[in-house]
Design a protein around this ligand. Structure first.
Ligand SMILES: Cc1cc2nc3c(=O)[nH]c(=O)nc-3n(C[C@H](O)[C@H](O)[C@H](O)COP(=O)(O)OP(=O)(O)OC[C@H]3O[C@@H](n4cnc5c(N)ncnc54)[C@H](O)[C@@H]3O)c2cc1C
Length: 379
């Protein structure tokens, strides 16, 4: 890549930046009331953001990994509560559907996903299995009517809104995770399914993530997603591609924090000048800018290579690892530059500080990314 975005991607980013500028004023109202102005979702639906990552033949925009990442960088300036509904539509669950659903399943889901009418959730994590999801306990047992699902999931984003849930379960425990886990598409009105709890968060999603219970949920035979026993591979494949979008949100938040910090440094009076006069602050800004430039490039390079068919796991992992860690360092330094106000509710850097923290944990923690990078290099 020549490090210039293609014209059509640049144009979409410019449009997105203008939309973000128009929507950012609704942040204050949201922070005060906890209610998101309806125009936020309406604008995102009308401009195609729900369908960004979905195929054109089903009403999506069919953007590649590079365009998705570049646009997500812009959107990430908005409070995550404004765009959190988009995450499952660009994340591993959506990838599972695009790559492995049958024609009927795609027709059932994708057109509604692209318009925001069919929210989905991706249910992999369980109370006793997160990074080590191969030790999940949820099971799907084949019977005369299809599959009987029993178990529980936790931390599921969008769990309460979702009309369909991609559920991972063991169909053959003896075969082990790589051949014994399968993925299923379950309608949220399936008898026996319930949301058993809401977990409130430090930042990010509103109002939280959800605990789920599956108590003898009877699914039809055609609820299987893709091939039986391939769930572990599908989950990894979806996570691998989806994690570039997590990296993109971290780049967007970090770049926004850098801009805010530069404005503050030039405006905040101290000792007869402004704080930007001090070398300590200037060095902070230099380090933040260098970190964020490197993060943007490592991310866009990985996404571009992905679009060229170079789907190397370590590149997606490096992109997520570096972007989320550099973004976190940058947001932390922005809080420092703001001084006391950086720690106060109502200032964007304070919410960025809370919001960016999760990017180093979900869709594969930093430790798991390092494991993946090392495994691929030492292979
Ligand atoms: C806001 C939010 C949204 C989420 N959304 C979803 C969702 O929609 N769907 C879903 O399925 N899950 C979701 N999750 C779950 C998320 O993916 C997990 O929290 C994450 O994978 C980490 O798993 P864990 O929390 O069980 O931590 P653990 O796996 O228990 O890890 C704890 C610590 O140990 C480290 N660790 C674990 N294994 C290793 C290892 N082999 N080597 C080195 N260090 C290791 C981890 O990196 C971490 O630091 C969400 C979580 C949150 C908080």
């Amino acid at each position: 890549m020549d490090f210039e975005l293609p014209d059509e991607v640049k144009e979409f980013c410019d449009v997105t930046r203008a939309i973000v500028r128009d929507l950012l004023p609704y942040e204050q109202q949201f922070q005060e009331s906890g209610v998101i102005a309806p125009i936020v979702r309406k604008t995102l639906v009308e401009n195609g953001y729900f369908g960004m990552a979905l195929p054109e033949e089903y009403g999506g925009l069919g953007l590649g990994a590079l365009a998705q990442a570049a646009v997500q960088i812009e959107l990430a300036r908005l409070p995550p509560q404004f765009w959190t509904e988009l995450r499952p539509l660009m994340g591993p669950g959506a990838k599972n559907i695009i790559y492995h659903a049958s024609a009927e399943q795609k027709q059932l889901l994708l057109p509604g996903m692209a318009t925001g009418e069919t929210p989905i959730a991706f249910a992999l994590t369980e109370p006793n299995s997160g990074s080590d999801f191969g030790s999940m306990r949820t099971t799907a047992v084949r019977n005369a009517d299809g599959w009987l699902i029993n178990g529980s999931k936790t931390f599921i984003s969008n769990g309460k809104n979702a009309k369909y849930i991609i559920v991972y379960a063991y169909t053959d425990k003896a075969a082990g995770p790589r051949a014994g886990i399968s993925a299923f598409l379950m309608s949220a009105d399936t008898p026996g399914f319930s949301i058993t709890g809401t977990i409130e968060l430090m930042g990010t999603a509103s109002p939280g993530v959800y605990e789920m219970s599956f108590d003898n949920c009877q699914l039809p035979a055609d609820a299987l997603l893709g091939e039986e026993g391939q769930g572990f591979r599908y989950a990894l494949e979806g996570l691998n591609e989806g994690r570039m979008n997590v990296g993109a949100t971290a780049v967007g938040m970090g770049e926004y924090a850098l801009e805010l910090a530069i404005d503050e440094a030039k405006a905040r009076p101290a000792f007869g000048g402004v704080i930007a006069d001090f070398q300590a602050i200037r060095h902070y800004i230099a380090t933040m800018a260098t970190d964020m430039r490197a993060a943007r490039l490592v991310l866009l390079d990985a996404a571009w290579r992905y679009d060229q068919g170079e789907k190397r796991r370590e590149l997606a992992s490096m992109a997520k690892l570096f972007a989320t860690e550099a973004g976190s360092r940058t947001v932390d330094t922005a809080v420092q530059i703001f001084g006391g106000t950086g720690y106060c509710r109502g200032f964007a850097v304070e919410r960025l500080y809370r919001d960016i923290r999760i990017t180093r944990i979900y869709e594969g923690s930093s430790e798991i990314q390092r494991n993946t990078i090392a495994r691929e290099l030492l292979r």
